[in-house]
Structures are given as structure tokens and as C-alpha cells.
Design a protein around this ligand. Sequence first.
Ligand SMILES: NC(=O)c1ccc[n+]([C@@H]2O[C@H](COP(=O)([O-])OP(=O)(O)OC[C@H]3O[C@@H](n4cnc5c(N)ncnc54)[C@H](OP(=O)(O)O)[C@@H]3O)[C@@H](O)[C@H]2O)c1
Length: 129
Amino acid sequence: MPSYLITGSSRGLGLGFVTELLKDPGNIVIATARDPTKSAGLQELKKKHGYAQLHLVSLDVTKSDSVHDAAEATQKLLPDGLDYIISNAGVNYSPLKSPRCIPQAIQRAGVGEDLYSKIRWFVGGNLHA
Ligand SMILES: NC(=O)c1ccc[n+]([C@@H]2O[C@H](COP(=O)([O-])OP(=O)(O)OC[C@H]3O[C@@H](n4cnc5c(N)ncnc54)[C@H](OP(=O)(O)O)[C@@H]3O)[C@@H](O)[C@H]2O)c1
């Protein structure tokens, strides 16, 4: 059974990853959040999927004690090892209104034209895929 640990899963994309991964009953999911008890989304998933498939673990990625504790908790849950980590936790303090804003954001950040054109094609290609 493949196992996944997702950071920052209290809401947004992280909660989305957890929700999608739980659709396969063969997956074991460790959903981490600074305080999983405060996430309505995680609590709802816990009610639906129970303890065998979904585990909620506290993890603040900026605090080494918390990282250490979460690693220990994960080791206890999965003594044979974890297969995948989705490192999602983070905050974007200036979210873009739409993908069309990406060129201006990159130019504001002072990225050179050569790199910009590569990112434009790479990101654009994925957005349209
Ligand atoms: N949404 C986008 O369009 C987009 C685009 C590019 C990149 N991203 C990146 O994708 C990731 C998720 O984006 P999102 O839109 O889903 O963000 P979001 O809705 O703001 O959710 C951020 C998640 O990160 C958690 N988090 C914040 N600081 C943390 C910490 N110190 N330790 C552990 N967890 C922490 C939050 O948990 P709490 O509930 O504890 O605050 C929350 O679960 C972020 O890294 C973001 O920068 C998003």
C-alpha cells in the first residue's frame, strides 16, 4: 500500500491532495497541519475515512522540534517507511489574480528575459495541457 505524507493539508491545495489520495482505498495518507484539530476539512475526512487510511499529525515546517516529532510519529505509523512526501506547506503573500499575471510578476521580480521565456513556455505549456 503506497503511503503519502502531505504538509500544509489543513486547507487549499494540501487538503485537495489529501482528498484525492483518499479516493484510492489502497493509499495510506498522513495529513499534517500545524493544528489538524482546527481544520474542518481534515476533521470531515477523518469521519469519512477513519483511522486505517488517514492519520492526522501536527507539523509546523518552520520548527525543528515539530519536524522531529512528526518524523517520530510517522515512523511509528509506518515502521517499514514512507513512500512519498508532498511538500506543500507555505503561504503566498501576494497571490496572483490569474495565470495571465505571471509575466508581469516575473518581470517585477527582475528575472532576465532568457529565463523568463523558458518559464513562460514551461508554465504556459502545463497550464494548457
Ligand atoms: N494556490 C496557488 O495558485 C499557488 C500557486 C503557486 C504556488 N502555490 C504554493 O502551493 C502551496 C499551497 O498553496 P495554497 O493556495 O493551497 O495555500 P493556502 O490555502 O494558503 O494553504 C497553505 C497551507 O500551508 C500551511 N502552512 C502555512 N505555514 C505553515 C507552517 N509553518 N507549517 C506547516 N504548515 C503551514 C497552512 O496551514 P495553517 O492552516 O496552519 O495556516 C495551509 O494548510 C503553497 O506553498 C503555495 O505557495 C500555490
